[in-house]
Design a protein around this ligand. Structure first.
Ligand code: QAP
Ligand code: CO
Length: 173
């Protein structure tokens, strides 16, 4: 297993569109397991391959307290959307920032699991929001894209400053 580097906004690679997985083979399973380990280490509940600079349609999610109920989604597709709700979201690629986003309240979605089996299920609440947030990543979209331009600009400045500081710290150490 290996830890992967999580890209931070405004890295332009977060805007790349991920390609469909052709066959769920050992390289995809390795990527998914490394993503899960990375997500656990960084304290996330969801991570998309785009965030670790892999342009493949692979997502890992774990909403459990004990961090032992991973869900692996390959080539996920939302087939039905219902209602709308606002939830406070965050993102490992936008560290330290949380804000309200409006999304569908209930979804049906279809994906392949790590054995290549097609699974179809419904979700509401946190899982529904998380699946929508992570599929957005595979299409190069971030939750902050839904915020006002003013908030986006402030956030960009703050994170650029933070990255500069981190690069400087790394240099003096
Ligand atoms: C997406 O986000 C999500 O800023 C997953 O310092 C979030 O795992 C969907 C995280 C909320 C629905 C609701 C963020 C960890 C993790 C941070 C995450 C941070 C440390 C975010
Ligand atoms: Co995210």
């Amino acid at each position: 297993m290996a830890l992967l580097e999580v890209l931070h906004f405004p890295n332009p690679r977060l805007r790349l569109k991920a390609q469909a997985v052709e066959s769920v083979d050992e390289s995809i399973r390795t990527l998914a397991r490394d993503m899960l380990e990375t997500m656990y280490t960084e304290g996330g509940i969801g991570l998309a391959a785009t965030q670790v600079d892999a342009q493949k349609r692979v997502i890992v999610i774990d909403l459990s307290e004990d961090r032992n109920e991973p869900i692996y989604l390959i080539n996920p597709e939302i087939t039905e959307l219902e209602g709308s709700e606002q939830m406070k979201e965050g993102c490992l690629s936008v560290p330290g920032y949380y804000d309200l986003v409006e999304r569908a309240e209930k979804i049906r979605f279809r994906y392949l699991d790590l054995d290549g089996n097609t699974i179809e299920r419904e979700a509401d609440g946190l899982l529904a929001v998380c699946v929508q947030h992570e599929i957005d990543h595979l299409d190069g979209k971030l939750f902050i894209d839904y915020l006002s331009p003013l908030k986006q600009q402030r956030l960009r400045k703050k994170l650029e400053k933070q990255e500069r500081l981190e690069r400087h710290q790394a240099q003096v150490l």
